[in-house]
Ligand binder design. Structure first.
Ligand code: FEO
Length: 160
């Protein structure tokens, strides 16, 4: 069954949100690489790939429901986001924002009896719990490590 226009617009907005998140993490990866934090740069680069994967999966879902994804512009990103701890705090805040958006889509799908869309997005609700949890764990490690231990956390994240 063809997806209705309002639902398609919400899914499409999320496709663009995921690309936006990908670029945000890529910009953070570039900053970390520039400052010699190869492990953090690697972690953010992996995150970039994950977000691209989410965007493409959502776009493919829209296509499977006879919708056509529409890409919006790529926002310019800053070159400096702060200290490594501040980067991960910003990433956590961004993931909370993504969670809210996913919940809105899921709720709208249920409210309009679009069970295919609610079923598809269920996986992202679970995924967001994991994403928030993993970023929070890194924030905890960075706070515990302080300035002296930061390279240990950096080395650890390089193994992701
Ligand atoms: Fe695709 Fe990190 O949310």
């Amino acid at each position: 069954m063809k997806i209705n226009d309002q639902m398609a617009a919400l899914v499409n907005a999320q496709v663009n949100e995921e690309f936006h998140a990908a670029h945000l993490y890529l910009a953070m990866s570039f900053q970390m690489a520039n400052e010699g934090y190869d492990g953090f740069a690697h972690w953010f680069l992996q995150q970039y790939h994950e977000e691209i994967e989410h965007a493409l999966e959502m776009a493919q879902y829209l296509q499977a429901r006879s919708g056509q994804p529409q890409l919006t512009g790529v926002a310019e990103m800053p070159q400096h986001f702060g200290t490594p701890l501040e980067l991960f705090e910003a990433a956590y805040k961004h993931e909370c924002h993504v969670t809210e958006q996913i919940h809105k889509i899921y709720k709208h799908a249920l409210d309009t009896s679009d069970y295919a869309t609610s079923s598809f997005f269920k996986k992202y609700i679970d995924e967001q719990v994991e994403e928030e949890d993993s970023v929070l764990a890194i924030i905890d490690h960075l706070r515990m490590a302080g300035d002296k231990g930061i390279y240990l956390v950096n080395a650890q994240l390089g193994k992701r």
